[in-house]
Design a protein around this ligand. Structure first.
Ligand code: HEM
Length: 453
């Protein structure tokens, strides 16, 4: 105690301050490289964290884009970030340079729920063997959903019938469709991962949705940005569990559901769903320490499918309903096409799409306009590269931001253009390159920027 007297405290504070400033300057090194993208001046330690509203980042990003151009830089704490706006920059970085821009920043905040070298899930997996293995596995399970008794298409159409019945139960009274849409989409993902659907009043689906909501709030909040920018904070024992209780509770629920499936698995029968198929892969990989098929990763992959697929799809559907209400003429034309091609008796099939160009164009336009992940997910560079003439150094977050400005500039293209080149161009708002999931008959993600698109 004697050591920290008034005489020594002053010089110590100055020394700590100088140390922090030097550390801060070291982390700003990249800003001094020639042709480094311009951006707002960062504050010491915090960088630009206070200059972007992370609860609603689009207006701040739009302002920065107007001021600094399509490729600008930010500093998230000590993490340098380059933001790409507009198709040309995104295409150049994520499509033409995809080998160097497909990594993800290591998500230190997930280590407390088991994220590690062989258990990275899919969404946040580093660009390497474990990502390739899990991405191939998830996509082929989605595509060849010949597992179990029903195809994915059957699950979707059955769920759609249940959803329509629940809408009809409202008997014309005004209601918010949000909850029912969330439940219906969750059920399709539950059928893919666990082979069953929940009744809409099942307490477990209500809990699942509540926890998902908590988890997403944690994910997009300022605390998340701060600990991501200063991961040292996560070394404080128990802090991660304290500030991310939603994620922990969500994963505990996923654990319960996986355990149920394990207990009812009959190894003599073919896999019933993705969890069974994963367990089979685990059996085959037994003894292979390099494999990403293990219990820790199963819970992360399943959590990823729920978190990536649920709110994205249900929010898009909510936008579709709203836009149909606001544009009754478009709604009428879609209904007319549905009546002509599908009629009122049989259920829709994926194959019907080929005969419904107007409806398909409307779906793409809804996706472009709703632009529900305007900032995309962060990508990280693995080598120094150049984008639009700017220098983007190795190990940098490169959020690719392509959507919001298109909505602001063009509005809802009503009536949507016919398919063909124009429709392909409107299908360019979600993502691009190796991390995007291709549309067409092999996956769920339609809009991508492709090299030829
Ligand atoms: C309209 C609905 C959806 C939208 C707007 C959407 C959007 C996106 C975006 C922007 C990315 C980031 C791509 C990148 O890193 O560049 C992504 C990744 C991903 N999405 Fe979706 N998504 C949707 C539905 C779904 C569904 C239904 C599933 C599965 C059940 C899913 C699973 C995934 C996975 C696994 C990834 C990670 C891919 C990777 O990192 O390799 N998404 N999605």
């Amino acid at each position: 105690m004697g050591l920290l007297s008034g005489d020594t405290l002053g010089p110590l504070a100055v020394a700590v301050l100088i140390f922090l400033l030097l550390l801060d300057l070291m982390h700003r090194r990249s800003r001094w490289a020639p042709r480094y993208p311009p951006g707002p001046t960062p504050l010491p330690v915090l960088g630009n964290l206070l200059q972007v509203d992370f609860d609603d980042p689009c207006p701040s990003f739009n302002q920065l884009r107007r001021r600094f151009g399509n490729v600008f830089s930010l500093q998230q704490g000590w993490t340098p970030v380059v933001v790409l706006n507009g198709l040309a920059a995104v295409r150049e970085a994520l499509v033409h340079r995809n080998q160097e821009t497909s990594d993800r920043p290591p998500p230190a905040v997930y280590e407390h729920v088991g994220y590690g070298p062989r258990a990275e899930g899919v969404i946040l997996a580093r660009y390497g063997k474990a990502w390739r293995e899990q991405r191939r596995f998830s996509l082929s399970t989605l595509r060849n959903f010949g597992l179990g008794k029903k195809s994915l298409e059957q699950w979707v159409t059955e769920e759609a019938s249940c959803l329509c019945a629940a809408f009809a139960d409202q008997a014309g009274r005004p209601f918010s469709p949000k909850d029912l849409l969330n439940k219906a989409v969750s059920n399709v993902i539950a059928s893919l991962t666990f082979g069953f659907r929940f009744e809409y009043n099942d307490p477990r689906i209500i809990k699942l949705l509540d926890l998902m909501d908590d988890m997403l709030k944690e994910e997009s909040g300022l605390v998340r940005q701060v600990v991501e920018a200063v991961p040292m904070l996560l070394r404080i024992p128990g802090l991660a569990a304290k500030v991310f209780p939603g994620l922990k509770a969500f994963m505990a629920l996923i654990d319960e559901l996986i355990t149920e499936q394990k207990m009812t698995r009959d190894p003599t029968q073919p896999p019933r769903h993705l969890t069974d198929a994963f367990l089979d892969e685990m059996k085959e990989a037994k003894g292979n320490a390099e494999s990403s098929f293990n219990d820790e990763n199963l819970r992360l992959v399943v959590t990823d499918l729920f978190s990536a697929g649920m709110v994205t799809t249900s929010t898009t559907l909510a936008w579709a309903l709203l836009l149909m209400i606001l544009h009754p003429d478009v709604q009428r034309r879609v209904q007319q096409e549905i009546d002509e091609v599908i009629g009122k008796v049989r259920r829709p099939e994926m194959g019907d799409q080929a005969f419904m160009p107007f409806t398909v164009a409307v779906v793409h336009e809804v996706q472009r306009f709703s632009d529900i992940i305007p900032l995309g997910l962060p990508h990280m560079t693995t080598r120094d590269i150049e984008v639009q003439g700017f220098y983007v150094p190795k190990v940098l977050n490169v959020p690719a931001w392509v959507g919001v400005d298109r909505r602001a500039e063009q509005g809802w293209l009503c009536p949507p253009r016919a398919p063909g080149r124009e429709a392909r161009q409107t299908r360019t708002c979600l993502s691009a390159g190796a991390r995007a999931l291709r549309g067409g008959d092999d996956t769920h993600h339609q809009p991508v920027v492709s090299a030829e698109g």
